[in-house]
Ligand binder design. Structure first.
Ligand code: ADP
Length: 247
């Protein structure tokens, strides 16, 4: 069934804060190797949904299952990160006084277990950092301090730091907020490349960017799924138009 085939499976997820339902019987599925986009007006429940997946918030009801078998509602944040769910928050948090290279190296080090530290293969790790530098468009910035990068490049570096931890699923929160148009377009390319080898969920407001991603879009509203499909399909849905324009 769907639950066992999915990489991430949410069904009937409800989260209440003092009686207010931030998520209201939400269902959402990501298949292995799939990239998905989530949109929705402020207060729709996007952040709460990511909080539930990463174990920051425990749902009152519903199933949250990872990799076909792991019940995420019984795991804490650290355990969920270890399972291979990486989250990038909206604001980039790189180590500004370290070089780009060292930021990636620190991210790899953070996930290495103590035994692996004894035997770790430096050559392999260097190759992986090289590969990531290419993916996040920072090959010729490797020696620069992260603090000297543009806002967009910091976002890319943080995506690289996430990749360095080898996640199975990347949750990316508003990656293009504050980016230039050129950086935004480049970010869509970059995420499509990453999606060839990873499953990705992107939460985003920027419709041009979501169109560029070219993936299935889920519209959240009042804690549930209002519409799902291509961006053209959901933006032609009168209920979606009303939620975005009728307020
Ligand atoms: P979005 O990310 O789509 O803007 P959120 O998930 O942040 O939406 O919020 C959904 C709703 O839940 C909002 O109305 C918000 O005010 C409420 N909410 C979120 N977190 C809390 C909390 N910790 N306590 C009370 N209400 C909350």
């Amino acid at each position: 069934d769907l639950m066992t085939r999915a990489l991430l499976y949410l069904d009937g997820v409800t989260v209440s804060f003092d009686g207010f339902r931030a998520l209201n019987s939400l269902s959402f599925t990501v298949m292995p190797g799939e990239m998905r986009a989530i949109i929705g007006p402020n207060g729709a429940g996007k952040t709460t949904m990511m909080d539930v997946v990463t174990g920051k918030t425990r749902p009152d009801e519903g199933d949250v299952v990872f990799d076909g078998k792991v019940d995420l509602t019984r795991q804490d944040e650290a355990a969920i990160a270890k399972l291979g769910i990486g989250r990038k928050f909206q604001k980039p948090t790189v180590f500004e006084s370290h070089s780009v290279w060292d930021n990636l190296d620190l991210a790899i080090e953070g996930r290495r277990d103590p035994l692996a530290t004894l035997f770790h293969r430096e050559g392999e790790e260097r190759d992986r950092i090289e590969e990531i530098l290419g993916i996040v468009r920072l090959k010729d910035r490797r020696h620069e301090l992260a603090g000297a990068l543009s806002h967009g490049q910091k976002q890319w570096l943080e995506i690289g730091m996430l990749l360095a931890q080898n996640p199975k699923l990347l949750l990316v929160d508003e990656p293009v907020a504050g980016m230039t148009d050129a950086e935004t377009a480049e970010t869509a390319d970059l995420l499509r490349e990453i999606a060839q080898t990873h499953s990705v969920v992107v939460v985003e407001h920027d419709m041009t960017f979501v169109r560029d991603l070219g993936v299935k879009v889920t519209v959240l509203h009042e804690g549930s799924v209002l519409a799902e499909g291509t961006l053209d399909h959901v933006s032609a849905d009168p209920r979606v138009v009303e939620v975005y324009l009728g307020r």
